[in-house]
Design a binder for this molecule. Structure first.
Ligand code: GUN
Ligand code: ZN
Length: 441
């Protein structure tokens, strides 16, 4: 391919947040809205970004310019916590966490031992991410290496930036889902050596949560992170009162739930803790002191009746928070819907969430929470070209609402409250069009 052929150009209305902020009050200054903008792409990266007037001279001859009128182009969404084997059990009625795991999640995960089945579902799952505008995700597989191989294979085919890993679980789950400390360690190691940093893929050491791992397994998970310090660690923390009580019974020697993970070397940057609803003061401090990050899962927290995440507390402590769907505890793969539910959780606690902060958390803030803000999260030059073309008039109702929309903040807010996968017109991954909305799907 010649250099000329690998360049493409996108013209339209662009919105992003230009840089990392410490507090939400700094966001206004970092908002970047280009009413008539131009993005030049080369080999999957952003080569130039600015106004059409300024940039149009830079477009090479014969370069195809894709123009989007009446749309809004934003960075690809980043989902910091979800389970691909649970997509098929979303909306299972009537239980809170521990019973829900036993009755729905564990039986569903059994099937992923079968590589063919896993690959079919991985295909389905990645398609669903793209139709929701999600271009990066930190994902749980199952305990089976086959499930990880399947997801990495499909993500690689789609050139996605995806982080995942084999679940570690050696007790308190059905036999068909258990590994052992040694097999969990050696299988994870093999997967790390094969997949971590291959193209855009990254590996996450994945102890499911403290109750399903013995101290021996957690110690070996810590050893993996020592041996491969640039891998990730993902787990669950302080989601449900019965879960917390159980952790205290299983680990009486530890000061609190988070201390279980901390003791085994499972805290720090690139360690992502889902939920964090009922944290004690010392746990908040430990998250801050270790630069660990939180995945906020609004639809899951409401659906499983887990509780209300205290975003203000995380802001005070300057702990990075990413947004997450937590499918299948979560009820939607749409990051727009997830942001809308986050707003309502804030409302119930008399806390604020602006549309700017919501979009920040789903893009650059999420990238920061995953230590990936140097490569994704906004339209800064040199970054990887993952972005979404949104249609804020996807339905008759939204079109009506748009007539009353006064400014960009209001338009963004209407998208998170009324939008869903229908709002996603096109999704680009690594500079290529990866999803196109078709009306009858
Ligand atoms: N805690 C341990 N496993 C899970 C899971 O699969 N979903 C949720 N929401 N919480 C968990
Ligand atoms: Zn989860």
């Amino acid at each position: 391919m010649t250099e000329l052929q690998s360049i493409s150009a996108i013209r339209g209305r662009f919105f992003d947040i230009a840089g990392i902020v410490d507090t939400p009050s700094e966001l206004e200054e970092k908002v970047r809205l280009l009413e008539d903008g131009l993005l030049l792409l080369r080999n999957g990266h952003m080569e130039w970004f600015g106004s059409w007037e300024e940039g149009k001279e830079k477009i090479p001859e014969n370069c195809f310019v894709r123009e989007y009128s009446e749309k809004l182009i934003v960075p690809g969404f980043i989902d910091t916590h979800l389970h691909y084997p649970q997509a098929e059990i979303m909306g299972a009625h009537g239980e809170q966490l521990l019973e829900w795991l036993e009755n729905y999640a564990f039986p569903a995960e059994k099937q992923y031992k079968d590589r063919k089945y896993a690959e079919k579902m991985a295909d389905f799952f990645i398609d669903q991410l793209l139709r929701n505008g999600t271009t990066t995700a930190l994902v749980f597989c199952t305990v089976h290496s086959e499930s990880v191989e399947a997801l990495f294979t499909v993500a690689e085919k789609n050139k996605m930036r995806l982080i995942t890993g084999k679940v570690l679980m050696d007790r308190n789950a059905p036999d068909y889902l258990l590994d052992s400390p040694e097999s969990g360690y050696s299988k994870s190691k093999k997967l790390i050596e094969k997949w971590h940093k291959r193209g855009r893929l990254l590996y996450a050491v994945t102890p499911r949560f403290a109750p399903t791992s013995t101290p021996e397994q957690l110690a070996l998970a810590g050893k993996l992170r020592q041996e491969f310090p640039d891998t990730y660690m993902q787990t669950h923390l302080s989601e449900n009162r019965a879960e917390i009580k159980w952790v205290k019974e299983l680990f009486p020697e530890r000061e609190n739930y988070l201390d279980v993970y901390h003791h085994y070397g499972l805290t720090g940057s690139r360690c992502v803790f889902a939920h964090c609803i009922h944290l004690e003061d010392r746990e908040w401090e430990c998250l801050r002191d270790t630069a660990s990050t939180i995945a906020f899962c609004p639809t899951s927290n409401l659906f499983l009746g887990s509780g209300l995440f205290d975003l203000n507390r995380a802001r005070e402590k300057k702990i990075q928070v990413g947004m997450a769907t937590d499918v299948g505890g979560g009820t939607s793969l749409s990051m727009l819907k997830t942001l809308g539910e986050a707003y309502k959780i804030m409302q119930l606690q008399k806390q604020k969430l602006s549309a700017y902060e919501a979009f920040y958390m789903a893009t650059l803030g999420g990238a920061k929470a995953l230590s990936l803000d140097h490569v994704i999260g906004n339209f800064s030059i040199g970054k990887e070209a993952d972005f979404v073309v949104l249609d804020s008039a996807a339905t008759a109702l939204q079109a009506k609402r748009l007539e009353k929309s006064k400014n960009i903040a209001d338009l963004l807010f209407s998208l998170i409250i009324l939008g869903d996968d229908r709002s996603v017109f096109h999704t680009y991954v690594d500079g290529n069009l990866a999803y196109e909305r078709k009306r009858d799907e």
